[in-house]
Design a protein around this ligand. Structure first.
Ligand code: AOF
Ligand code: ZN
Length: 382
């Protein structure tokens, strides 16, 4: 699995790099005569792709299994229309943007879009056709769509029809916005986030008789926001027995309730637990006696593009041992509990060389806790 994910990342990264390099030549060739200089063009492109990203973020976490995409139409350095994709079956960002403009598009207009326009019929018809039909002559793209159905084809189609295309503007930011979609659409496996609140000594619970929370309210609120962005939240049976969690999305914009997934070996689960008896009970799935990898594969088939593992330790340990984690979001509270309930037990790494190393690490203080987000390194050479 690790090897496969390594290959996936290398293929995608190399492909994107190759694409950017080959586009770089076209960028110079396709400069509009009116543009002052390549540096000014890039600055302006970044500025408007940033505006398109802001549009895309409006529906972040609500478009699954589609990506979040934003677009702006610019005439004479002014944004004249905006649009974003709202989810499956809804219009794509470019179409919404052009519809919002609602007038003939002059040849000097430029369409900025965070993701390469699609080129084949899906739930909606191809954006490339609509762009050409609208008379758009210049398109600036953030990231290539890694969806094999479109990847590179949309840009090629536009160029073949004489449209000037610049690509790879803020590509990393644009791709990061859809990190879950980008994995799922290529592998059909969900993007896995391991989340937990722990003591400084890596424990998940406090001594019995004390409040069960390790981290403070601000950190818990912060963590809660993650739920609104994923397609499924996964916990082990012991967490259901001990904590009786709701795993719902509360106090947030957008009504989407992620699947609630329970892993159990014995099948012995409290029937009256909230997950099985509240008004969201139909959003709970139970997997009995299945390895985590099999569960994830099955969830991927159900169009689950992202899974948040919320514990307990046993499931987190399994995910670590099987190298199924794509991102960690850990909250460390300034407390030392000691005791046996550790955050990632499992078999553990055989030696330091085999430990899961992290990269792109960010540290954020939230209340008295520190939130660490990071991504596993995919190969020994990184
Ligand atoms: C775009 N603009 O705003 C989005 C795109 O089933 P459909 O027709 O909605 O197509 C979904 C695919 O289109 C999706 O997997 C992704 O590759 C692309 N998404 N493309 O031009 C958009 N959301
Ligand atoms: Zn499209």
């Amino acid at each position: 699995m690790l090897l496969w994910r390594g290959i996936f990342n290398i293929v995608v990264c190399n492909y994107v790099t190759y694409w950017h390099n080959s586009r770089a030549k076209n960028v110079a060739a396709s400069e509009d005569r009116n543009y002052s200089s390549p540096v000014a063009t890039t600055q302006r492109d970044k500025q408007f792709i940033r505006a398109a990203l802001k549009e895309a973020e409006k529906a972040e976490g609500q478009t699954s299994p589609n990506p979040a995409v934003g677009a702006v139409l610019v005439i004479d350095n002014r944004i004249v229309a905006k649009g974003h994709h709202r989810g499956p079956g809804h219009e794509h960002a470019e179409i919404e943007c052009l519809r919002n403009f609602d007038a003939p598009v002059p040849a000097r207009a430029t369409l900025y879009v965070t993701l390469e326009p699609c080129s084949t019929v899906g739930r909606t018809s191809p954006c490339t056709d609509a762009i050409l039909k609208a008379g758009v002559r210049k398109v600036v793209v953030g990231a290539v769509d890694v969806n094999p159905r479109h990847s590179g084809k949309g840009i090629a189609q536009l160029q073949n029809a004489g449209v000037k295309v610049r690509n790879g503007i803020l590509a990393e930011e644009c791709a990061r916005l859809n990190e879950a979609f980008n994995k799922w659409i290529v592998t059909r496996r969900p993007f896995v986030i391991a989340k937990c609140g722990m003591s400084l000594d890596g424990r998940l619970t406090r001594p019995s008789g004390e409040p069960r929370w390790i981290t403070g309210a601000p950190a818990r609120r912060h963590a809660h926001h993650l739920r609104a962005r994923v397609d499924a939240i996964l916990v082990g049976a012991e967490t259901v027995r001990v904590d009786n969690p709701r795993l719902t999305v509360r106090d947030m914009r957008g009504p989407r309730q992620p699947w609630r997934v329970v892993l159990t070996r014995s099948g012995k689960l409290p029937r009256h637990a909230r997950l099985f008896s509240d008004r969201m009970a139909t959003r709970t799935l139970i997997y009995q006696g299945k390895p985590l990898a099999t569960v994830l594969k099955n969830l991927g088939k159900r169009d689950v593009t992202s899974v948040l593992i919320e514990g307990g330790g046993e499931v987190l340990g399994q995910a670590l041992d099987a190298r199924l984690i794509d991102k960690v979001q850990l909250y460390l509270a300034p407390v030392l509990t000691g005791g046996p309930v550790i955050a990632f037990p499992g078999r553990g790494a055989r030696n330091a060389m085999n430990a899961l190393r992290l990269r792109r690490i960010s540290y954020q203080q939230i209340g008295q806790s520190v939130c660490i987000t990071a991504y596993p390194k995919v190969g020994p050479s990184e």
